[in-house]
Design a protein around this ligand. Structure first.
Ligand code: NAD
Ligand code: UDP
Length: 451
C-alpha cells in the first residue's frame, strides 16, 4: 500500500515534470517580456502614458467646464428665454385642462345617472385596493364606494358573469385600473387590501361549469392568499350563507357548522366556499395574513345580471313582461333579502374593523318564495300568473341570518327596507328591458358546456 502511494507520488512528480516540459510557451513569453522594453517600445509607451494620463483628461475637463459654464449661463446669467416661460404656462394650462376632462370622464351610464367626482386623499391615506370580481353585481357597487372615497382601485375580473358596463363609468378615472385576468392563475400586484369576490354566485351560473367553479374558489383563493402574504395585504373573502347548506338551525348564526351535501349540484359552490374559508384561517394562523370573512345572505339590487336566474331578477323580469312567475317547488322555502348598498357598507365595515372571525351579512327580513312572488307582482303592478315548476335538488328549505355578531362587532345592520330596495331594482330592470326589448329569464336547469 505504502509502496503504491510512493509509486503514486513518484509518478505524479514525473508527471509534473512532464507537464512543465510540455509547456514551451511560458518560458517563451517570459523571454519575450524582456524584449518588450527595447528603446523603441519604451518611447511608444511613454507617449501613450502622456496622452492617456495628461492630455486626454485635460481635454475632457475643459469640455466639461465649458458645458458647466453654459449651464450656469442658462440658469443664472442669461435672461430667461421668454418662449420657455410661455411653454411652462402652456403646460400648466394643459394640465388643468386635462384634469378637468379627466374629472368629467366618469361617464354616466344607465346605472349611474350622475357624473362621479371622487375624494382627493393624501398619499398616506390613499390605499391600493384590489377587488376581484369587481365587474360583477356586488363587486361593482363596492368599487363605487372605494373609488368615491378616493382610493386607487384595481378590478380583476375574467368577465364570466361580470359586465363591462358595471364599471364603465370608472374606466377613464386616473385612480382606476382594470385587469382582465382569471384568479385561477397567479398574479403579481402591489396592493394594500384585497376584496376577494371573484366567483359566480347564482345557481345556474355556478352550476354551468362546476369544475371551474371549484377551481375558482380553491385555486383562486389560494392565489389571492399567496399574493396577500407576499405583499402583506389584508384580505377579505366573500363567503356565503350556502356554507350552512340546508340548515337545521334557524336563523343561522356563525357558530353553526351547517348541513351540506358534498356531491349534489350545489356542492361545487358550497364546498368551494367552505374550503376557501378554511384556507383563509390556515393562512392567518400559519402565515399571519390579516383576513376577514363575510358570509353573505341573498342580496339584490341594480346591476344584477338579467340572466343570472336568481329569484329576484327572474321574478322582476317576468313580472315586468307579464310572463308567468316561475316558482320551483311549492314556494314554501324561505329566503331573506338584503339590498346591495347595505352589503357594501357591511363589507367595508368588516374590512376596516378589527374582528376577524366569520360574520353574517344579511337582512333578516324573511319571505317564503310564494309570498315573494306575490309581493313582486304587487310592486310591478303585473298581470303575470304564478307557475309552479319542479323543485330543484338540495334547495335549502329556509334561510335567515342571525346578524347579532355584525351588530356587536361592526356596529352594522341593514338600513334599506326590502320595499325601497325592490323599487330601485325594478326601476333598473325597466331600463334594462327598454334597452333589450325582451329578456327570457334563465330557468332552473343550468346548461352545461360540452365535454
Ligand atoms: P357575480 O356573478 O355578479 O360576480 C362575480 C364576478 O366574479 C363576476 O364579475 C365574474 O366575471 C367574476 N369571476 C368569476 N369567476 C372568475 C374567475 N375565475 N376569475 C376572475 N373573475 C371571475 O356575483 P355577485 O352576486 O356579485 O357575487 C360576488 C361574490 O359575493 C361572490 O363571491 C359570491 O359567492 C358572493 N355572494 C353573493 C351573494 C349574492 O346574493 N349576490 C350571496 C352570497 C355570496
Ligand atoms: N327560485 C324560484 N324561481 C326562480 C328562481 C329561484 O322559485 O325563478 C327559488 C329557488 O328555488 C330558491 C329561491 O328561489 O328556493 C332563491 O333562489 P336564488 O337562485 O335566488 O338563490 P339561492 O338562495 O337558492 O342561492
Amino acid at each position: 500500500m505504502s509502496l503504491e502511494r510512493r509509486r503514486g507520488r513518484s509518478r505524479s512528480i514525473d508527471e509534473e515534470e512532464n507537464v512543465e516540459a510540455s509547456r514551451p510557451l511560458e518560458p517563451k513569453v517570459r523571454r519575450n517580456h524582456s524584449s518588450v522594453f527595447s528603446g523603441q517600445s519604451a518611447t511608444i509607451l511613454a507617449i501613450g502614458v502622456l496622452f492617456g494620463y495628461v492630455l486626454l483628461p485635460m481635454v475632457l475637463v475643459e469640455t466639461h467646464w465649458g458645458l458647466f459654464y453654459n449651464d450656469v449661463d442658462v440658469q443664472f446669467k442669461v435672461t430667461p428665454d421668454p418662449t420657455r416661460l410661455l411653454a411652462d404656462v402652456d403646460i400648466q394650462a394643459r394640465l388643468m385642462e386635462d384634469q378637468k376632462v379627466l374629472s368629467s370622464q366618469s361617464l354616466p351610464t344607465s346605472t349611474s345617472q350622475t357624473v362621479m367626482k371622487t375624494e382627493k386623499l393624501p398619499d398616506h391615506r390613499r390605499k391600493k385596493i384590489l377587488v376581484t370580481g369587481g365587474a360583477g353585481f356586488v363587486g361593482s357597487h363596492l368599487v363605487d364606494k372605494l373609488m368615491m372615497e378616493g382610493h386607487e382601485v384595481t378590478v380583476l375580473d375574467n368577465f364570466f358573469t361580470g359586465q363591462k358596463k358595471n364599471i364603465a363609468h370608472w374606466l377613464h378615472h386616473p385612480n382606476f385600473s382594470l385587469v382582465v385576468h382569471d384568479v385561477t392563475e397567479p398574479i403579481q400586484l402591489e396592493i394594500d387590501e384585497i376584496y376577494h369576490l371573484a366567483c359566480p354566485a347564482s345557481p345556474p351560473h355556478y352550476q354551468f361549469n362546476p369544475v371551474k367553479t371549484i377551481k375558482t374558489s380553491t385555486m383562486g383563493t389560494l392565489n389571492m392568499l399567496g399574493l396577500a402574504k407576499r405583499v402583506g395585504a389584508k384580505m377579505l373573502l366573500t363567503s356565503t350563507s350556502e356554507i350552512y347548506g340546508d340548515p337545521q338551525v334557524h336563523p343561522q348564526y356563525e357558530g353553526y357548522w351547517g348541513n351540506v351535501n358534498t356531491v349534489g349540484p350545489r356542492s361545487c359552490y358550497d364546498e368551494g366556499k367552505r374550503v376557501a374559508e378554511t384556507m383563509m384561517y390556515s393562512y392567518k394562523n400559519q402565515n399571519k395574513v390579516d383576513i376577514r370573512v363575510a358570509r353573505i345572505f341573498n342580496t339584490f339590487g341594480p346591476r344584477m345580471h338579467p340572466n343570472d336566474g336568481r329569484v329576484v331578477s327572474n321574478f322582476i323580469i317576468q313580472a315586468l313582461q307579464n310572463k308567468p312567475l316561475t316558482i320551483y317547488g311549492k314556494g314554501e322555502q324561505t329566503r331573506s333579502f338584503q339590498y346591495v348598498s347595505d352589503l357594501v357598507d357591511g363589507l367595508h365595515a368588516l374590512m376596516n374593523g378589527d374582528y376577524d372571525g366569520p360574520v353574517n351579512l344579511g337582512n333578516p327580513d324573511e319571505y317564503s318564495v310564494k309570498e315573494f312572488a306575490e309581493y313582486i307582482k304587487r310592486l310591478t303592478v303585473s298581470n303575470s300568473e304564478i307557475k309552479m315548476l319542479e323543485k330543484t335538488q338540495d334547495d335549502p328549505s329556509k334561510r335567515r341570518p342571525d346578524i347579532r355578531l355584525a351588530e356587536e362587532k361592526l356596529g352594522w345592520k341593514p338600513v334599506v327596507t326590502v320595499e325601497d330596495g325592490l323599487t330601485s331594482t325594478i326601476k333598473y330592470f325597466k331600463s334594462v328591458l327598454d334597452e333589450a326589448g325582451e329578456i327570457i329569464p334563465t330557468g332552473p336547469g343550468a346548461s352545461k358546456p360540452q365535454a
